[in-house]
Design a protein around this ligand. Structure first.
Ligand SMILES: [Zn+2]
Length: 233
């Protein structure tokens, strides 16, 4: 076991992480780093094996809750959940599903900011496994290369399809774009509703969470104002 894992296990056992209890980490949505915390052997077993295991384990959860798995309506649920987890809503955990992005020369010599706004996404809160529904707005200034507009959308969807916290989602999208486009001039704004806040816990149905990343020239009040003007149109 790596030192970090040992430390984490010790912290979990003592039920404290950076002084926060597990309950506090969940309800206050504290997150621990840019990378999605994954085990080193995360992809040693195939997707098919994962689906079999998840279906089995989910049927146990349903059984413990007292649900009748012989019922026609329920008996397919463990398999449906397993398939949905691996093939759809958590498919972004697997790097094999990362969108392939081709770069093009910036032929039009367009050197102002390009804004792709209102990218709708569905994610899931990693603390409660309930949906996060939101919109992402992305902007970049080309360093000489551009990517297809639909790829901006696909990058958002890829990182959204993981158990997430909004701050990490924002930063992961920004880091990916910065790497692909070879520039620091990236902005990402996410405006989302967390069902773990609206449908349970504090039950606030009207609040939304906004996070942002402003890199390079976007980290200036001029550019932030310009970007806000695009977003308000
Ligand atoms: Zn949550």
């Amino acid at each position: 076991m790596k030192h970090q894992e040992i430390m984490l296990n010790t912290l979990i056992k003592t039920n404290k992480l950076n002084g926060f209890s597990e309950e506090e980490i969940g309800d206050d949505h504290i997150y621990t780093g840019l990378e999605t915390p994954m085990k080193s052997n995360a992809f040693k077993i195939s997707d098919e094996e994962k689906k079999d295991k998840i279906a089995h384990l989910f049927s146990e959860i349903m059984d413990v809750m007292g649900l009748d798995l012989e019922d026609d309506s329920l008996k397919g649920t463990p398999n449906r959940v397993a398939k949905m987890y691996i093939d759809e809503i958590f498919s972004g955990l697997n790097p094999a599903n990362k969108p392939k992005v081709a770069l093009f020369d910036n032929k039009y010599q367009y050197n102002q900011m390009l804004v792709e706004k209102n990218i709708t996404f569905y994610s899931n809160c990693e603390h409660h496994f309930v949906p996060i529904i939101g919109k992402a707005h992305i902007a970049y200034i080309s360093s000489g290369k551009v990517i297809g507009l639909s790829k901006l959308n696909r990058i958002v969807q890829y990182y959204a399809k993981r158990p997430q916290v909004q701050e990490r989602l924002t930063n992961q999208i920004a880091a990916e774009l910065s790497q692909i486009l070879e520039t620091d001039d990236i902005a990402v704004i996410i405006d989302a509703k967390h069902l773990c806040v609206s449908s349970r816990g504090i039950k606030d149905d009207t609040s939304a969470t906004v996070t942002s990343f402003y890199g390079g020239v976007f980290n200036t009040s001029n550019k932030i104002t310009e970007l806000q003007n695009y977003l308000n149109h």
